[in-house]
Design a protein around this ligand. Structure first.
Ligand SMILES: Cc1ncc(COP(=O)(O)O)c(C=O)c1O
Ligand SMILES: [Zn+2]
Length: 388
């Protein structure tokens, strides 16, 4: 097993991986899994991947679960990276790609994080799992908890898209609708978890969802023959995907799989909830809670993120940026993407296409540069957003 320990992303304090952990016990910041990559690199090579299954478990040596333990799996990962010729032509971009995460179990990229987090939580003895969610993480937890034979306790805002609520209930989860935002859902879990015996799987408040999400970075590199794109455009709520990919890039460099070059990372948020954009623009190193958060892209309705300081560091280090998109524009562009590329994208994915348009208009992307957009979910879950 190559996982050696967990370390705090802020103060560096070392924590044991072999017991259930949430935030750093000293400073309450997120913990990262650390691996013995020097040892791993002796046998885990790019070439060794060729014969492996097409799921995120093909990167098993850099995932936390001991090798003899069967993961809780529904076939997550291994999603297509599609060329977006038609949409690209319109913007005079010759090298535009879409990583289509809607093909994961439960139709979103949240499956990656939950597959790994539920596998580890089960292995370490948790029996009741709780999560505050904007929608898709709840569906993913419900599915993996069911598969693992564990209880799922899901707290979501009352106005979460109906598909997410129904999906969680039909997957056997205990669903509580809260009159408030995801932050209030998280606060309710924090209040009750000790008495109820729940293990809290909130974004970045346990160390393994981000490990599942980092496989986005491994997959992307592998699909592009180990040459990372020039630009990544990513819809950002809690930020696990962005943070996970950056971690994957560092690990792959240590493994000798890629060089030092990194993509410029652009974070996309909704104009009604843009704490990271606001903090990025004002030069802050952490983000204040965004007041009166509202957007139809429910996954982006995260007014305060525990990993804010990590996201801001990545955006600056990568020489990328952060920008907002209006709800009307992201809903409108959905049909444009659909009609041109054959994908019914989630509003969060649509927001990235709108952001791309703005970046091209502002001259921040050159025509031949390779750009990858993440479509993190499926439009099918958001039928309320569209006219019939
Ligand atoms: C479809 C979709 N896209 C993007 C996000 C934001 O993801 P992250 O929390 O990794 O920033 C979410 C979160 O709920 C989501 O459901
Ligand atoms: Zn700490």
């Amino acid at each position: 097993m190559s996982l050696t320990h967990l370390s705090c992303t802020a103060c560096g304090l070392r924590h044991e991986w072999s017991i259930l952990q949430n935030l750093c016990t000293a400073c309450q910041k997120p913990l990262f899994a650390e691996y013995d990559l020097a040892a791993v690199s002796r046998t885990f090579t790019r070439e060794s991947l060729a014969t492996r299954e097409r799921s995120l478990w093909r990167y098993r040596e850099v995932l936390p679960l001991p090798p003899q333990v069967e993961p809780v799996s529904l076939g997550e990962g291994g999603t297509p990276l599609l060329r977006a010729t038609c949409f690209g032509d319109q913007l005079r971009l010759s090298n535009l790609w879409i990583k289509d995460e809607s093909l994961n179990p439960t139709q979103s990229f949240k499956a990656r994080g939950m597959a790994v987090a539920v596998s580890m939580a089960k292995y370490l003895g948790a029996t009741k799992l709780a999560v505050p969610t904007a929608g898709n993480a709840g569906g993913a937890l419900a599915a993996y908890a069911a598969r693992a034979g564990l209880e799922a306790h899901i707290f979501m805002p009352a106005d979460t898209p109906r598909a997410n609520v129904i999906e969680c209930r039909e997957l056997g989860a205990h669903v509580t609708l809260i009159d408030g935002l995801i932050t209030e859902c998280g606060a309710e879990i924090a209040r009750r978890k000790a008495a109820e015996g729940w293990f809290d799987l909130s974004t970045l408040k346990e160390p393994y969802r981000v490990e599942g999400k980092k496989t986005l970075g491994y997959e992307l590199a592998e699909q592009l023959d180990w040459e990372l794109p020039g630009v990544i455009i990513y819809p950002t709520g809690g930020g696990t995907g962005l943070i996970g990919m950056w971690k994957a890039f560092e690990e792959m460099e240590t493994l000798g799989w890629i060089g030092r070059k990194r993509p410029r990372m652009f974070s996309v948020q909704a104009s009604g909830c843009a704490p990271i954009v606001r903090a990025f623009e004002s030069g802050e190193t952490s983000a204040a809670e965004f007041p009166n958060a509202h957007t139809r892209a429910s996954g982006l309705r995260v007014p305060k993120a525990v990993g804010d300081f990590i996201m801001l560091r990545i955006l600056r280090e990568s020489k990328g940026g952060a920008l907002t998109v209006d709800d009307e524009e992201m809903i409108r562009i959905t049909r444009d993407v659909g009609a041109k590329e054959g994908l019914f994208v989630a509003p969060e994915g649509a927001a990235c296409f709108a952001a791309l348009r703005a970046l091209v208009r502002e001259g921040k992307i050159s025509p031949e540069e390779r750009v990858v957009i993440f479509n993190t979910g499926s439009g099918i879950k958001y039928l309320e957003c569209y006219d019939t």
